[in-house]
Structure formats: C-alpha cells, structure tokens
Design a protein around this ligand. Structure first.
Ligand SMILES: Nc1ncnc2c1ncn2[C@@H]1O[C@H](COP(=O)(O)OP(=O)(O)O)[C@@H](O)[C@H]1O
Ligand SMILES: [Mg+2]
Length: 133
C-alpha cells in the first residue's frame, strides 16, 4: 500500500482512503482537511479540473476517500496534462503524486501539512475569489 510523509493510503476497489500516519497525526489531519477545503470550497470557484475527485471526507480530517488512480506516470505526462491555472492549485509537480483515472491525469496530493501554509493559501484564494454582492 502506498504511503506519503503524512498519510497512509489504502487502496480498496475503485477508492483510495487516506488516513493520517500515527507519527505525524496532526499534519496528516491537516492535509486531509485542506484537501477537503480545496475540493469543496475552492475548486468550484476557480474551476480546477485536475484535482482527483474526493468522494467523501470528514471535517476533522480522519478520512479522505478519493477515486483510485493508476500509477506510475511520468513527469512529461504531468506537464502535458496540467493546465496553466490561475490561481494555481496547491500541489507540487512530483510524478508520484499524480495518477490516471481512465484517460485523465489528476493531482492526487493537494494537502498542506502546516497551519501557516494553510492560512497563507486560504488568504491567497480568498483574495482572488470573485466578491459576492
Ligand atoms: N487517489 C489515489 N489513487 C491512488 N494512489 C494514491 C491516491 N492518492 C494517493 N495515492 C498514493 O499514495 C501516496 C501518498 O499519498 P499522498 O496524498 O501523497 O500523501 P502525503 O500527503 O502523505 O504525501 C501518493 O504518492 C500516491 O502514490
Ligand atoms: Mg505526497
């Protein structure tokens, strides 16, 4: 089963379930919560189409359930499939954090482990979001 610095990933059928690693639990929880916020709050506003879809995520960050992607893919695949979004998504262009669902390439890891990074990124997205009223 795959694993990152902050989360363990359990692949079951068509799903990938992300759970904080015991050692680094607070960072793992925060990654899960930021992924959920990216998916629910910011993706609809900015129209990003390259985030791997989240099927379920709880507000505390104990679980993120994503569509399961196939790996590996190459750096060239990532570059070719990643649109030049503004504002950009929160992710690094590491091929191990991208994968394919069907014919499409998605970012699988768009979490942030650190409270300051989350605050900074949230403020940035808020400042770019169209104002209501
Ligand atoms: N939706 C997914 N489908 C298949 N594999 C995944 C998926 N999400 C993550 N993975 C695999 O699990 C690894 C760790 O997940 P990741 O989200 O990067 O956790 P971390 O935040 O700890 O780095 C990824 O590098 C990838 O190989
Ligand atoms: Mg990762």
């Amino acid at each position: 089963m795959p694993s990152g610095a902050f989360r363990r990933v359990i692949l079951v059928g068509r799903f990938a379930v992300k759970i904080p690693r015991f050692h680094n639990a607070l960072s793992g929880l925060r990654c899960n919560r930021w992924e959920r916020e990216m998916w629910r709050t910011w993706r609809p506003i900015f129209g990003w189409e390259n985030l791997c879809p989240i099927k379920f995520a709880d507000p505390l960050g104990i679980f993120v359930v994503m569509a399961r992607a196939a790996q590996p893919i190459t750096f060239a695949d990532v570059v070719a499939a990643t649109p030049d979004y503004y504002p950009d998504i929160t992710s690094e262009a590491k091929p191990e954090d991208f994968g394919r669902v069907g014919t499409r390439v998605f970012a699988l890891d768009y979490g942030l482990p650190d409270a300051d990074m989350v605050a900074q990124r949230r403020a940035y997205y808020m400042s770019r979001a169209p104002h209501a009223g």
